[in-house]
Design a protein around this ligand. Structure first.
Ligand SMILES: N[C@@H](CCC(=O)N[C@@H](CS)C(=O)NCC(=O)O)C(=O)O
Length: 225
């Protein structure tokens, strides 16, 4: 099997989604850490590999694959023993793709809108609007989970990995109401039972939430200019 290398950070939700997928597929990844705070994603060497300067970035022999959602589907398609995590059936696949876009365009995008200014630019804007905007996504997830065990039905798919990596990275600042969103909480608990979950997702998600809280406190102490 060719060597797969992943540029990643444990703090990064999309990196963790790829690592959950790789674990589920029993793939070995050569892990290449990137420190975003130090700007390692903006070096000329990394920009040559990924002009979009994002992690995760996968190297598979000569190929460079960017974007966690694209990487997860690529890994299942190329290395999966079966298609359960990313079904070949076109209708089922479209459902998984739709949830991947939900993560990309809504969930993760809203997390990033809240986190990035505070983590990187000294902002103190942790407004109720930004938080409520994230919580609106929980409503969508709750509806998808109403009748189902996982986001796309009764089988675990890469959509669950991508969405759970994001939700667990933001669920303290944007809490999940147990009365409004019981299915979302039950789904998170189900995913947390995966044998590789703690190592791959829990630690990084907790670390990110803690760094966010610390940064927000630090930024609030800065004199206003
Ligand atoms: N849609 C992308 C988003 C990746 C992303 O935004 N990653 C963040 C870290 S969590 C990053 O690399 N930020 C640095 C930058 O965008 O310059 C994916 O799913 O891979």
């Amino acid at each position: 099997m060719p060597k797969l290398a992943l540029y990643y950070a444990t703090l990064s939700p999309p990196s963790r989604a790829v690592m959950l997928t790789a674990k589920a597929l029993e793939l070995d990844l050569e892990l290449r850490p990137i420190n975003l705070i130090k700007g390692e994603h903006l070096t000329p060497e990394f920009l040559k590999i990924n002009p979009q300067h994002t992690i995760p970035t996968l190297i598979d022999d000569e190929a460079v694959i960017i974007d966690s959602h694209a990487i997860c589907s690529y890994l299942v398609e190329k290395y999966g023993k079966d298609d359960k995590l990313y079904p070949k059936d076109l209708v089922k696949r479209a459902q998984v793709d739709a949830r991947l876009h939900l993560d990309s365009g809504h969930l993760f995008a809203r997390l990033r809108m809240l986190y990035e200014p505070i983590l990187y630019y000294g902002s103190t804007d942790c407004s109720i609007d930004k938080i409520a905007y994230i919580q609106k996504c929980y409503d969508i997830l709750e509806n998808f989970l109403k009748e189902h065990t996982y986001l796309c039905g009764e089988e675990l798919t890469i959509a669950d990995f991508c969405c759970v990596a994001t939700v667990t990275s933001v669920d303290d600042v944007a809490p999940i109401d147990e009365y409004k969103f019981p299915k979302v909480l039950a789904w998170m608990k189900r995913l947390a039972e995966l044998p590789y979950y703690d190592e791959i997702n829990r630690t990084g998600a907790e670390e990110l939430k803690q760094i966010f809280r610390e940064k927000l406190t630090e930024n609030r102490k800065q004199p206003k200019s």
